[in-house]
Design a protein around this ligand. Structure first.
Ligand SMILES: [Zn+2]
Length: 149
C-alpha cells in the first residue's frame, strides 16, 4: 500500500466524517488494518461518534434509558389510588323527574267505601299532591291549626 498525498487527504477527510475504518478502507480500496495503521501514524484525533451507520462498526450502543421501568411517582395510598369519578358523581340520576310522575296522593271519597280512590293528577314536584289538592291541603292544615289554637 502506497500512501499518496491524495490518499492521505482522502483518509483524513473520511476520518473526519466519522466513517468507520472498514468503510474508509472500502472507499480507498485498502484494507481496514491499513486505515487503522495509517491513521495511527498520522496521529489522527479520536473520531467523533459516527453518525452514519453504514457498517455498524464502532457504533455506540444506545444508552439505555433509566426511566423505562415504570412510573416514577411512588404508589399512591389505597384510598387515593381509586378515586371516585367526578363526572360520574355529578352526572344526573338515571331517573329523571320521577316525583312528577307520581300520582297525587289525595284521597277521594271515604276510605273503605266503594268509589274511594286517589286523585290521578300528577303531583307537584316536591309535594305529595297535585297543584289543586296541594292548595286545599295547606289551607286545611292552616285551618286545623287555627281551630286548635
Ligand atoms: Zn289531586
Amino acid at each position: 500500500m502506497e500512501w499518496t498525498d491524495e490518499t492521505i487527504a482522502r483518509l483524513r477527510a473520511l476520518w473526519a466524517e466519522g466513517l468507520s475504518t472498514a468503510e474508509i478502507g472500502r472507499r480507498l480500496n485498502i484494507s481496514k488494518n491499513a486505515v487503522v495503521g495509517k491513521a495511527h501514524r498520522l496521529s489522527l484525533p479520536a473520531r467523533p461518534s459516527p453518525i452514519r451507520r453504514t457498517t455498524g462498526e464502532a457504533t455506540p450502543r444506545p444508552t439505555t434509558p433509566k426511566r423505562t421501568q415504570g412510573p416514577t411517582l411512588p404508589p399512591l395510598p389505597a384510598s387515593v389510588s381509586a378515586p371516585v369519578p367526578v363526572l360520574r358523581a355529578i352526572a344526573p340520576a338515571p331517573k329523571p323527574q320521577q316525583p312528577r310522575a307520581l300520582p297525587c296522593c289525595w284521597p277521594i271519597g271515604e276510605p273503605g267505601r266503594p268509589g274511594f280512590h286517589f286523585c290521578n293528577a300528577a303531583a307537584v314536584t316536591g309535594k305529595p299532591y297535585c297543584e289543586e289538592h296541594a292548595a286545599i291541603a295547606y289551607v286545611r292544615v292552616r285551618d286545623k291549626r287555627e281551630d286548635v289554637a
